[in-house]
Design a protein around this ligand. Sequence first.
Ligand code: NAP
Length: 326
Amino acid sequence: MKALVCRQFGPIENLAVEEIDPPRPGPGQVLVDVKASSLNFPDALMVQGLYQVKPPLPFSPGHEIAGVIEKLGEGVLGVAVGDAVIATPGVGGLAEQCVVARERITPLPAGMDFATASAFLLTYCTTLHALEDCGRLRSGESLLVLGAAGAVGTAAIEIGKALGARVIAAASSEEKLALCRDLGADETIDYVREDLRKRALELTGGKGVDVVYDPVGGALTEAALRASAWGGRLLVIGFASGEIPAIRLNLALLKERSIVGVYWGEWTRQDPAGQKRNVERLGELYAAGKVKPVVSERIRLAEVPAALVRMQKRQVKGKIVVVPEH
Ligand SMILES: NC(=O)c1ccc[n+]([C@@H]2O[C@H](COP(=O)([O-])OP(=O)(O)OC[C@H]3O[C@@H](n4cnc5c(N)ncnc54)[C@H](OP(=O)(O)O)[C@@H]3O)[C@@H](O)[C@H]2O)c1
């Protein structure tokens, strides 16, 4: 089978499509015939050796896929060969076939095509978990989303609106903000040309925002925290800017603000029942037309290195889906 292979940690451009033996499912695993996979920011970090998880070399990157079960490993229950599924293997998804642990598999939601499905689980589950379980976002509250035209950012706009929040989307260009408005954002801030803190305070009549969704980090984090209200919650999603901010805790004390870390992948292991509940909720929101991943590009495996480089240059909107050649 064809797979994108990382032979050593280093520049993204070193990734290459190779012909390799298909993996075999071990006990508790299934083999999935990949119909579509999607790119995530951590894929770019992982192949450079910059991610918290460093798989043994060589490996194929690829966090999430949609496809059809081709083989069952020993002791696998509750799924069958031929089932259409979504899966989050963590690695190995950028290939024609991929081995996944049974517990990382979810049935394909009714009416969802493979490309949409491959772009759904990681970003939307992260975001629902962040906004509801971690951020306690309530209807009528305001939500400031940073990096709002990115993969998790676009999901935060849609889920924020579905939960009844007033969504303020912040991003780096007018083109990105136009996408945010199309997705339902009530207000937008261009944080390259405008002062994020000042504008967020203006847009909330001086009160500040109730919840900040922050996948970007760097200097924007403190500006956003300073623009949050009494009892505000800052959700720490990630550091796409490459800079982990250091925050003075008086900013939390002065307005009883909370700084809440979000680590969806680990949470699914800590609380599988909560994850199952959230997947069901997301299936309902999808069926009701309230959420739908923004698939901005469909590419082939060989085009992945260039796409990951563009992702690191802030040139990607929503999600890129990879369709294997077979
Ligand atoms: N905590 C969790 O459980 C969890 C789960 C999924 C993802 N994440 C993290 O969330 C972050 C975003 O992931 P994503 O898949 O949404 O990525 P993405 O689609 O590339 O979006 C990231 C956004 O960050 C902004 N950005 C600012 N500086 C950047 C830089 N130097 N390089 C790249 N982007 C920059 C860009 O928006 P502007 O150009 O508009 O600024 C970009 O749209 C990553 O750090 C990822 O690891 C965390």
